[in-house]
Ligand binder design. Sequence first.
Ligand code: FES
Ligand code: FES
Length: 165
Amino acid sequence: MTLVVTVNGVPHERAVEPRLLLSDFLRHEVGLTGTHVGCEHGVCGACTVLLDGEAVRSCLVFAVQVGGREIDTVEGLANGSREELHPLQAAFRDAHGLQCGFCTPGILMTLVPFLRDHPDPDERQIREAISGNLCRCTGYQNIVAAVRLACGAPAPAPAPASPRA
Ligand code: FES
Ligand code: FES
């Protein structure tokens, strides 16, 4: 089948198998490997992208289902710029909201529509918003701090230095 879809504002046309997942289309056909694939079962949230502005798990969508629609991936957040991060990306950097970074693209793409709809969320709302995104590194504390920072809250205090042995 021929698929025509806009990804990060750029139109793409490809012949695809009906069984091809959107996550694999983005990574292997379009070359946007910022969309990560963890579980491929809709559980971990690593593959989250925007479909017409709303967060979806791209491992649960067939590529042929997005014909004529708009997809946004993490690569589009800063308009491809390495120098100018999206404010949410900058907040994650400044608040140490990531460690290995595997979960980060999915968390960012989950938070973009969430913050559009909830510009001043409290901690409970933030934790609920990312409750479908698994992170094995951070313990979530600094992710929440990063979201608060992106919303204009003061930067979190640095963690105390660990005592020397
Ligand atoms: S890879 Fe899609 S939810 Fe885990
Ligand atoms: S930063 Fe490693 S999984 Fe979240």
